[in-house]
Write a protein that binds this ligand. Structure first.
Ligand code: VGL
Ligand code: ZN
Length: 212
């Protein structure tokens, strides 16, 4: 595809804490930076997202005495995976990856700011009710197709892609510009499960080389 005036590149959570050495490292997370920088030059519209939690956020295992990262907690609005403390507002770990180009983006959308609600999705928070405003902002700019890249395939990319589709956009994911956490499961891991869910939702896949 050749990106046009109604296409937007959505760069999800390419932040220090999700890179190797960070608080919640995504394996090979740093490998997405170079392809994403290349992709950004091909799009007229670029938006960046930032996971942006207050200290003591509900998604942190440390906020649940006796619980460990990667366990699941039951909250009033549903199950919550517990993580190491990560992307705390204003800390070095919450900053964009130093090598990520950020100057082309018209929009930076931050998510996960409410102490008691997580938000993997750039569109709709974990209570599945609170909207971030991103869908409206994209519509006002005339965007019809959202092309996603970034971290992590099986969490924030997955939920952002599903909600973009739900909001009525055409959605594509750039498979060599994403990387996943990949929690093992009997069903073959969360990355394979994420691709299956996205495919079932009508979300397309492409490679950086397919973008001319
Ligand atoms: C993410 C887990 C917790 C992500 C954010 O960006 O995929 N994953 N917070
Ligand atoms: Zn988070």
């Amino acid at each position: 595809m050749t990106p046009g005036p109604t296409d937007l590149l959505l760069v999800v959570d390419v932040q220090v804490d999700f890179l190797p050495g960070g608080a919640l490292p995504v394996p090979d997370g740093d490998a997405v930076v170079r392809p994403i920088n290349g992709l950004q030059g091909r799009f007229r519209h670029v938006a960046l997202t930032q996971d942006w939690h207050p200290p003591g956020h509900v998604s942190f295992a440390t906020s649940h005495p006796g619980r460990a990262p990667f366990e699941t907690a039951r909250l009033a609005h549903g199950d919550q995976a517990l993580w190491p403390d990560h992307c705390v507002q204003g800390t070095p770990g919450a900053a964009f990856a130093p090598a990520l180009e950020t100057h082309r983006a018209a929009l930076v959308i931050r998510k996960g700011l409410q102490p008691g609600i997580d938000s993997y999705s750039a569109f709709l928070e974990g209570d599945r009710t609170t909207r971030t405003g991103l869908a409206g902002a994209l519509r006002e700019r005339g965007i019809r197709r959202v092309v996603l890249c970034g971290l992590a395939t099986d969490f924030c990319v997955l939920w952002s892609a599903l909600d973009a589709r739900e909001a009525g956009f055409e959605v594509l994911v750039v498979e060599d510009a994403v990387a996943g956490i990949d929690i093992p499961s009997s069903a073959g891991g969360s990355v394979a499960a994420a691709w299956a869910r996205m495919e079932a939702a009508g979300i397309g896949r492409l490679k950086t080389a397919d973008l001319a």
